[in-house]
Design a protein around this ligand. Structure first.
Ligand SMILES: *Cc1c(COP(=O)(O)O)cnc(C)c1O
Length: 228
């Protein structure tokens, strides 16, 4: 299956980069995928998945977790403060910490629930106006604030490079920022570029369509299409 092939490509990229085997985690991005594809991956033994929306994840993962209790679930998409409670309950890793208010809320909610997901800070390496993430220039101060002031379990940095630029300089920048802040985890690389990310130090790649196939188009109900 495609999952096996992606895992083989990851192992090959690790070797080519002179990195230990299994030093890179595969987060299989299951957003918008039919549940049968997700189930097939679970049944083949994969246990690490990523979703980008809290609500969608809530609708499918609690049932799957009852069956596969050892799975690890990552939140990859933007997190609104009114969804923090649900996110802390459901996810094991939250990769999209990108502002002070969210960090404060995560600290409060982790305390309240006695459950603290591991966190990545999202960096907007391309400084794109429409994209979430802290700017590279503010990253050191924000990491420090989260670790020392809010006492949050920040384990790494995450980025989504601009779609219309070569990703390598963005990957290199993210790895540099992580290293400079003493963070061991770097989440970068998707279906189109995960091998490049691994060559530049990714410890976690987030791969959706290469694992599960293209995401089905969301149906926009049009009366004409419903006619026989
Ligand atoms: C959807 C998504 C991915 C996976 O994208 P593919 O191109 O399907 O591999 C990775 N990271 C984030 C944040 C995403 O939203």
């Amino acid at each position: 299956m495609a999952l096996t092939e992606v895992l083989e490509r990851i192992r090959r990229a690790e070797t080519e980069a002179g990195r230990p085997s299994e030093s890179v985690n595969l987060v299989a991005v299951s957003k918008q995928q039919p549940i049968e594809r997700v189930r097939a991956a679970l049944e083949s033994g994969h246990r690490r998945f990523g979703e980008n929306r809290v609500q969608e994840a809530q609708s499918k993962w609690p049932a799957l977790r009852a069956e596969f209790s050892d799975l690890t679930l990552h939140l990859l998409g933007p997190l609104q403060t009114n969804k923090v409670k649900a996110a802390v309950t459901l996810f094991d890793v939250i990769e999209s910490v990108d502002r002070d208010r969210l960090a404060v809320k995560l600290a409060e909610e982790s305390q309240a629930q006695g459950r603290a997901p591991s966190l990545f800070i999202q960096v907007n390496t391309g400084e794109e106006a429409q994209k979430a993430g802290i700017s590279p220039a503010e990253t050191d101060a924000f990491v420090n604030q989260c670790l020392r002031v809010y006492d949050l379990p920040i384990i790494g940095l995450m980025a989504i490079p601009p779609a219309d630029e070569p990703p390598a300089p963005h990957f290199a920048l993210l790895a540099k920022l992580a290293d400079r802040n003493g963070l061991s985890q770097v989440s970068m690389g998707m279906s189109a570029d995960f091998e490049i990310a691994i060559s530049l130090g990714a410890t976690s790649v987030r791969v959706g369509s290469a694992v599960f196939g293209a995401r089905p188009k969301v149906e926009t109900a049009s009366p004409a299409e419903n006619e026989p």
